[in-house]
Design a protein around this ligand. Structure first.
Ligand SMILES: *[C@@H]1O[C@H](CO)[C@@H](O)[C@H](O)[C@H]1NC(C)=O
Ligand SMILES: *[C@@H]1O[C@H](CO)[C@@H](O)[C@H](O)[C@H]1NC(C)=O
Ligand SMILES: *[C@@H]1O[C@H](CO)[C@@H](O)[C@H](O)[C@H]1NC(C)=O
Length: 342
């Protein structure tokens, strides 16, 4: 174990004593002010503490989960370089791919498949890439609100040429905004979110997610650990496995949102907390945790690629990705296929 990580490991234990540790990102208001680790031996404690079950009361609220094959329809909003699109498509394709070696993206999805609906049917194993729409000319401007995001989706499904198909049962609509697009709450509170569209705006109830490229706006927050915020001195960013810091950060956020959409598409299925307007969902519980021992600013045990690359999952075409873990409802902690003790 890297010495710095021993410190972080201990720090994690301190953080786990407070519920705020449940979803860690380097948001400024949560800047750690207790970074002096105690010298206790981390190996003396249980290894299974990724996430904390003490504060977590994840419950099923009887709504649907996505048990039918999922088709992801992507909207590329703004200027999207081809290599960046390829990285994200490869990640999405990897979710159901069986060829990549362990630990794989499909192994990661196995945790999401543990969630079931009222009939006992599991979340599907199959995630297909659907149609794509390019919104190259920023149809709703370079600054979007939560509501105007729905208008972008409406434009994509009502476009005169090649509209996206309307698929409320098993379609997921993924809006990806380029580096130069501002979005309400982006960087301050969120790196992405999911919800469903309102019939009054879009004409249908469609589960959708938005994820933004934070590359120039707040990489230290939304592309951590490939970028590190200034207020954490001495922490070196990891090299991104696919070459672009902002896109690399998006991959984990896309994984987060799709996992939550699958288990809570209409925000009435799997979540913790009393308030359905601020549900804590299966990926929120494990934000910032990518490997064994993860928590706080420590990602957990990762795998090393060349030139400082760090990753935890294998994908199609020899790609590597770093994707946060997911809350495991059977084990009652966060889990992923790269756990060193599984
Ligand atoms: C961290 O700082 C906040 C605000 O200054 C304070 O309320 C909180 O008690 C501090 N946490 C610890 C563990 O010292
Ligand atoms: C379906 O979910 C149940 C309950 O979590 C789990 O025991 C079972 O292994 C899951 N099946 C698959 C194929 O993942
Ligand atoms: C769902 O996907 C599987 C491949 O994983 C395929 O064999 C099956 O035909 C699909 N089902 C539907 C209804 O499209």
């Amino acid at each position: 174990m890297h010495p710095m990580h021993i410190g972080r490991y201990t720090f994690t234990l301190l953080l786990l004593l407070s519920p705020s540790a449940l979803a860690w990102r380097p948001w400024l208001p949560h800047a750690p002010n207790t970074t002096t680790p105690s010298p206790s031996d981390p190996l003396g404690v249980s290894k299974k503490y990724e996430g904390s079950s003490e504060f977590v009361h994840l419950r099923y609220h009887m709504g649907p989960v996505l048990t039918a094959n999922i088709t992801v329809h992507t909207i590329w909003y703004g200027h999207w370089p081809v290599p960046h699109k390829r990285t994200i498509r490869a990640f999405l394709r990897s979710v159901s791919a069986s060829e990549p070696p362990h630990p794989s993206v499909s192994g990661w999805w196995r945790t999401v498949r543990l969630y079931t609906d009222q009939t006992g049917s599991n979340v599907t194993r199959t995630v297909h890439l659907g149609e794509e729409k390019n919104d190259r000319f920023y149809s709703h401007g370079r600054s979007l609100t939560r509501l105007s995001i729905q208008s972008v989706i409406r434009s994509a499904i009502t476009a005169r040429t090649r509209p996206l198909p309307i698929n409320p049962k098993s379609g997921l609509y993924l809006l990806l905004t380029s580096v130069d697009v501002r979005v309400q709450d982006f960087c301050g509170q969120v790196c992405g979110f999911h919800y469903f569209t309102f019939p009054s705006i879009v004409g249908y109830t469609l589960p959708y997610a938005w994820v933004g490229n934070s590359g120039t706006q707040c990489p230290g927050v939304c592309a951590y650990p490939f970028a590190v915020p200034d207020y954490i001195p001495g922490l070196k960013p990891y090299a991104p496995p696919n070459g672009d810091v902002g896109v690399e950060g998006m991959v984990s956020v896309i994984g987060h949102e799709i996992a939550e959409l699958a288990s809570n598409p209409l925000v009435n299925a799997w979540y913790a907390g009393q308030d359905p307007s601020f549900p804590t969902e299966i990926a929120d519980l494990c934000e910032g945790i990518y490997g064994t021992g993860g928590g706080g600013s420590y990602t957990g045990q990762l795998m090393d690629g060349r030139r400082g690359v760090k990753y935890n999952l294998n994908g199609v075409g020899g790609r590597r990705f770093l994707v946060q873990w997911i809350w495991n409802p059977i084990l009652n902690y966060c889990s992923g296929p790269n756990a060193i003790d599984q």
